[in-house]
Design a protein around this ligand. Sequence first.
Ligand SMILES: [Ca+2]
Length: 344
Amino acid sequence: MQLLWYFLSLALPTITYAINARNIGGDLLSPECLVIEIVVEVLLASPEATEFCESFLAPTTTISKTVTETSSSCAYKYAAARTQKNAAPQITSEPDRSLATPAVLQGLPSSEISQACSCIDIPASDLTTRTHTQTATSTTKLCPIPTTCGNEGMQWAYYQPPSIPYNYNCNGGYSWDPTAIKDMTPSYNSTTTYIGLIDDGTSDISIYGSNQQFNSQFFALNHRGYIYAEVSGDYTFNTPGVDDINFFWWGPDAYSGWTESNVNASIACSGTSATVNVTLLSGQYYPIRFIFANAEENLVEVMSITAPDGTVILDANSTGSPYIVQYSCDGTSAKPYPLFGQET
Ligand SMILES: [Ca+2]
């Protein structure tokens, strides 16, 4: 058959110019059909030709379909894998080629099959539109992931309030009113992505990687920021021990109005762990505040925040994350704190 097409192609100019009124079944043939007249005649004699050509010539329409997938796990440790994905649409159904190609057309390229089929003059009304479905895949995140904008970490400030009482050997029964630093201008402030400080308090110290050295006695640290709840559930705030005193607030009181009486957890001169469980809702920022103070010598400030799935959100080894921030990028869902020294 391919040999036949080859010779027909060579003869095309001669045949085209030599066309007389030839017809098949009473219809005039176009020059293109005359060239393949033999094929067309065989095709017309083929009992399956019409049905095949109707299928082959049928116009197509394409519809787009989106399949949405949702991640099955919702936890901090899976956050890196929960990226939004929009796969390119792909044709998932080919044109209907279920009918066998008539023997006379076998081995020919689609363009020539199409030409031959068009020569048998099938009414357009007999051509049933085929449908292609293009499927795009969209993966949605079950859990929101906040954006970052240089807002990672907590703000902290160093003070030496004269109100910190002596407490040699941290013998217990210790108290100090942290509101003393609300309107006190700190001698230093910065940000940190981790919390944790242990020292013997016999000389000046660096705090949270600062280049500056600080007096390690009779000082207070004020840390404030927000925790972003990636998942809903109980978050654990833990202080395994302290020397000399530690305070923790969360929620609106942590932003403004924090006092000794509304503190969510406080611990002084203790090697015993203090734990607070708070229920947070996914997708929300919550103010958090830690205030630590040391009197003489040894100082121990150790604390952590653990998510419901066991992921440690904040401790002495934490690095920057979108879950502990100074403020939200939109400036409203976690509004910036006032300047240190101007807190209420
Ligand atoms: Ca101490």
